[in-house]
Design a protein around this ligand. Sequence first.
Ligand code: C5P
Length: 246
Amino acid sequence: VRTAAVLTAAGSGSRLGLTVPKALALLDGTPLVGHAARRLVASGVVDLLVVTVPDGHLAAVRDAVDDALRDVPGAHAVPVLCTVGGPSRQASVAAALAHLEPDVDVVLVHDAARALAPPELVAAVVAAVRSGSGAVVPALPVTDTIAEVEPGAGTGRPARVVATPDRSRLRAVQTPQGFDRALLDRAHAAASGRAADEALSATDDSSLVALLGEPVVAVPGDDAAMKVTTQRDLAVASLLLRTVAV
Ligand code: C5P
């Protein structure tokens, strides 16, 4: 009975405007992937860490993770495997799943971009899976009114609003997401056979599970699990690191 964490760090981070991949962007002197790995392992519920890495950056990511784990209690007992990711996030996760031994029965999937997701959140997600939910996501209520616009609408030009869903029923979904391993394997197998346009609408692993018709449950998310996409996000994350315990 073992829990593996897949840490996706193979994105380019072009929206950050850096020359290094996003996972290697520094936050308070530590690369994002290091922050994320520390908090996953500090949860005490992760037995194995698989990191998906951009091609050409294996050594840099491995060093960043090793450095960040050095002073985490119990980290020496958690093997870390770095593997080159695929062309999409989904392909990167699928590549990581292919490395897991049969004794892994719970899998967390976490974005390095959510570098400050706290250990307590990691533990809560795993606990929810271990108590019987096959797919668990951390989620927060949204504060904006969310509008659905016409299909094919881009950004930066007017688009017709086709629906405004009841905000009280909407949630912003974060990572780490937790899964029964067999269910996640099944969701990825189904996704790899699906038409590209349908697959594109799945931006995380829980949506692949939902496409199977299987239930996904939401547990309370955490502001600290915000996703770093832009320089502004990096500045906000840096402020969080200084002002609240994460
Ligand atoms: O691009 P986006 O911010 O949605 O990426 C989410 C996460 O997926 C990031 O942590 C990124 O490093 C990872 N990713 C990946 N392989 C890709 C693309 C993104 O592991 N090919």
